[in-house]
Design a protein around this ligand. Structure first.
Ligand code: PGA
Length: 251
């Protein structure tokens, strides 16, 4: 069975200026050498990506974007391409976050192009999925995850599937302080791995599945110890470098 290196990613959302980003990463880089066993990813807003890459260079901390467009160039006002990110030294992008799906109309059709385009560029694709509270209450969690992942991974080459990072983020746990129970997190992440195993067993073993949704320094260790959880995608608690460091250490 391949060893999966845990990955912990900070999703800052629309928070932090360039100056705040540089001071945060300056502080975090000082501790990066203690985090050798964990892949640490920080996702600042797009204005701060260049500065973040410069400060994090050589530290082992990877900088990723919070979104990317699937096309190489063109009339897409407000969007940024994969090549534009790569030029800055950005390592990859979060795609399919529920806030982007819900508030900005990111579709499965776009995601089906974004994920393979990132992988083709040799970049990290952190694909988010997850059910709403109403969907969980009506017993549709697995159907929702299946629908999202089958659509979003459809055009990924089988040989690349193991490189995708999938973040299971139940929408009702995002920014609410209501974390999924360890049982709920394990069940959903195991289901995600089984779905991928249905396409390629070796990819399923290599694939990192993260849990996201109100991960904090006091619940991270319990969540990251779960069999099918290979780290986390952290929003609110990642804004403080000490909290984020503690969460990385828990992996
Ligand atoms: P949260 O956000 O940790 O603040 O719940 C997680 C996310 O949206 O990725």
């Amino acid at each position: 069975m391949p060893e999966r290196k845990p990955l912990v990613a900070a999703n800052w959302k629309m928070n932090k200026t360039v100056a705040e980003t540089e001071s945060y990463l300056g502080a975090l880089s000082g501790h990066a050498s203690q985090l050798g066993g964990v892949e640490v990813v920080v996702c600042p807003p797009s204005t701060a990506l260049a500065g973040a890459c410069a400060v994090a260079a050589g530290s082992g901390i990877q900088i990723c974007a919070q979104n990317v467009h699937e096309s190489e160039s063109g009339a897409f006002t407000g969007e940024v391409s994969i090549a534009m990110l790569a030029e800055l030294g950005v390592a990859g992008a979060i795609v399919g976050h529920s806030e982007r799906r819900r508030l900005f109309g990111e579709t499965d059709e776009a995601l089906a192009r974004k994920v393979p385009a990132l992988l083709d560029a040799g970049m990290l694709a952190i694909l988010c999925c997850g059910e709403s509270e109403a969907e969980r209450d009506s017993g549709e969690t697995e159907a929702v995850l299946r629908r999202q992942l089958e659509a979003d991974l459809e055009q990924v080459a089988v040989g690349d599937l193991g490189r995708v990072v999938i973040a299971y983020e139940p929408i009702w746990a995002i920014g609410t302080g209501r974390t999924a129970t360890p049982e709920q997190a394990q069940e959903a992440c195991a289901f995600i791995r089984e779905l991928v195993a249905g396409i390629a067993a070796d990819a399923a073993e290599a694939l990192r599945v993260l849990y996201g949704g109100s991960v904090k320094r006091d619940n991270a260790a319990e969540l990251f110890a779960l069999r099918d959880v290979d780290g986390g995608l952290v929003g609110g608690a990642s804004l403080d470098p000490d909290d984020f460091l503690a969460i990385c250490r828990a992996a």
